[in-house]
Ligand binder design. Structure first.
Ligand SMILES: *Cc1c(COP(=O)(O)O)cnc(C)c1O
Length: 380
């Protein structure tokens, strides 16, 4: 007899490790379970013996990892009786908030930086029917305003300062360990607010945690009392967590907040990260590091990944590859390592940046056989 189980999202899959009860009405769009794609051509180009995987989070329902956090945050908001959610966003959080609010039948208010959000993300926020408020300021201004207004209005904040967001997002680490059979040696990801690097560390730590008899040193997230442990650790190790930032928007490299962040990677155009302390702790505990990439490196990595591996991610996501390429070349990430790169969002989110960097423009010809043949011969 064959048994088929319909995949119904990450809360169902990992419900014993997430803050839900049997009565909880789960707000899901089937998020999670994203492909872990082993790169074949780029390692060969590099000439380095590394096992390089990308976790393609762009295949989530709204096209970014934000869905992992949003299914959990909206599920809990609804359970607690909230009728409206609010967030500041560089685009992807607003798309996810809008979609899950639509699914739940509640209202989403989204504050986005006027003119600094990728076209696909704006289309999503509007199409899903959220209330889109464009502010004449950046993400950090929006975040400050959201915190202020949430103190005075009956709305639930669904930015990553909402702890349920990180609970949902930690499942990406579970999926990676479940699929590889162990934790990778290095996990590289782009850092904006630093919620995601923190969430991954929670996930890896929980899987390595043995509860009261925990051998994981200084696991500050559970303090040896992890309530999500059932039957001992799943993994015996945790990766070094490597966070890459865009040079124009790199508070973790400067060592202080940045007031006027600028980068083509708009999803990480954040100068005042909300998970500042947590991310430093992750870096220390895991033995990882932060580094920065220029906009040119980021765009080159995005193009390389698309052309050589057939994986199209948005610019911010390519920051993880841009940084990893450098660290693999230099040997900081040594040969023999297993490395996972998070590709946070889908390339279709930002068609303008993609088209602008393609030097090969489409040719226009007459609609006749000879013209097509000539075009093909010209290109060969
Ligand atoms: C939100 C986001 C990031 C940054 O994640 P943080 O948790 O803010 O560090 C990176 N890339 C994309 C595509 C995003 O949407």
């Amino acid at each position: 007899m064959t048994m088929t189980t319909r995949y119904t999202g990450l809360i169902e899959r990992y419900r014993d490790r997430l803050p839900v009860s049997a009565e909880t009405r789960i707000i899901s769009l089937g998020e999670g379970d994203t492909p872990l794609i082993r790169l074949e051509n780029i390692p060969r180009l590099l000439g380095r013996r590394v096992e390089l995987y990308v976790k393609y989070e762009g295949l989530n329902p709204t096209g970014s990892f934000k869905d992992r956090g949003m299914t959990m945050a909206v599920t809990r908001a609804v359970e607690e009786g909230s009728r409206a959610i609010i967030c500041a966003s560089t685009g992807n959080t607003s798309a996810a908030a809008a979609a899950y609010a639509a699914r739940a039948g509640i209202t989403a208010f989204v504050l986005i930086p006027d003119g600094k959000i990728a076209m696909g993300k704006l289309a999503q926020a509007m199409m899903y029917g959220s209330v889109v408020i464009q502010i004449k300021g950046n993400f950090d201004d929006g975040m400050r305003l959201v915190k202020e207004v949430a103190g005075e209005a009956p709305v639930t904040i669904v930015n990553s300062i909402n702890p349920y967001r990180l609970q949902g997002q930690k499942t990406a680490a579970f999926e990676i360990v479940d699929e590889l059979g162990r934790a990778p040696d290095y996990h590289c990801l782009p850092v904006g607010n630093a919620g995601n690097i923190t969430a991954h560390w929670i996930g890896y730590s929980e899987y390595a945690c043995g509860g009261r008899d925990c051998v994981t040193e200084a696991c500050a997230f559970c303090n040896g009392e992890c309530r999500f442990v059932s039957g001992g650790p799943v993994s015996t190790s945790r990766p070094k967590m490597v966070g890459y930032q865009a040079s124009g928007s790199a508070p973790f490299l400067r060592g202080h907040m940045v007031d006027h962040p600028e980068t083509v990677a708009t999803a990480i155009r954040i100068g005042h990260p909300q998970s500042w302390e947590q991310a430093w702790q992750v870096s220390r505990e895991s033995g990882g590091w932060f580094d920065e990439c220029s906009d040119e490196e980021i765009l080159a990595a995005q193009k390389l990944l698309t052309e050589r591996e057939g994986v199209f991610c948005e610019p911010a996501s390519a920051t993880s590859l841009a940084g990893a390429l450098r660290d693999i070349r230099s040997g900081k990430i040594p040969e023999g390592s297993t490395v996972v790169l998070t590709l946070t969002g889908n390339g279709l989110k930002d068609p303008d940046t993609a088209i602008a960097q393609c030097t090969q423009k489409p040719v226009t010809i007459e609609a006749e056989l000879d013209s097509v043949k000539r075009a093909i011969l010209d290109a060969l």
